[in-house]
Design a protein around this ligand. Sequence first.
Ligand code: PMP
Length: 430
Amino acid sequence: MQRALKLFPGGVNSPVRAYQAVGGKPPFIARGERALVFDVDDNPFIDYVGSWGPMILGHAHPQVVEAVQSAAQRGLSFGAPHQLELELAERVLEAYPACEMIRFVSSGTEATMSALRLARGFTGRDLIVKFRGNYHGHADGLLVEAGSGLLATGGTAGSAPSSAGVPQAFADLTLVAEYNDPSSIEQLFSLHPRSIAAVIFEPVVGNTGVIPPSPAFLEALHTITRQHGALLIADEVMTGFRLAKGGAVERYGLKPDLVTWGKIIGGGLPVGAYGGTGALMQQVAPSGPVYQAGTLSGNPVAMAAGLATLRLLSEHPPYAQLEAYGQELESGLRIAAERAGVAININRVGSMITVFFSKTPVTSYNTAVSSNRKAFSHFFHALLDHGVYWPPSPFEAAFISAAHGQKELAITLAAAETAMAAAATAGNGS
Ligand code: PMP
């Protein structure tokens, strides 16, 4: 880590890995195998990070590794059309029947950024709406938060950059609404009735910890966007192929105009994508006027990893098993918390789970961030000390993989007894 701190800001190549939310130093990972990661001293950890979502089959699945090796032997990148792109595209689109065409990129950030450009190009409008606490990658226009009093005063206070380096002029084009609050969307549309190009949302929030959508919220999203001629963009970077084969779109019967993907569709290699109807996607260059490109887009090795992953998910759907493991994990954690006398609220959708150290149910950004961070940090470190690698932030989802089984569950729940007792020493949250 000392070497890393000299080389990288904070010692890492993506902020959450630095353990700032929980304190301490992250282990360096040497290898992964099924549900386990091993650090450089060969200590095993049961992994609930799963590279933040992609590793739904567990680490180094032999068939995925073989597909990658075989693709690599045929060349690492061509910058020209090749067959694996077609096969992966057909698999993704088959799982999302409302999408007819797709464009591959190399990250979730690129996927959402490009989908928003397409929505603006298609509608000829400049404003977009996002939800407080939803994360869609680090493009300028998405690192934006509600300015003080935005919603309280009816929206005129404007939005503010949430990162240095994002110009206020970009923030001005992004309006911020409250998740699970239909009236906040209505308010923004009534203030800007003909200027909003798109609403982008996480269909199940993972980036404030897990927050499921309410049925009324989902309905309002569809009705209001349609009524005002704005596009609805379901950001399935985290949820796609995780909550079901057809992601949250299938699970909740959503009808978005555009979908963005990442994580699982690359099987652990850098892949993102966006897709929608032919009429919309034909607006993208070179068919249409919305420019978007990428040297490594559709990279054959990355396509091979994604294709092998989606093939395995289709041949041996893990979703019932993930649900069962999730249920057992959730109820075991509840029992451990009760025994330790610590107040928790668990949000879980399938294989995405968050333990909030909070007395109140978590349905929004505000209820999530008012949970007890110190209790979480104690919980996290006790788990880590007992060989369980939980996400190092109170506001992230833990991910279960198809390689997690009864043995991993038993070890996790034994560790959870100690971890909940450790959390209890921080006192109960709000
Ligand atoms: N959208 C969502 C919903 C995400 O969870 C993430 C990453 N966690 C992104 C977009 C950005 O993806 P990437 O990190 O691949 O740029």
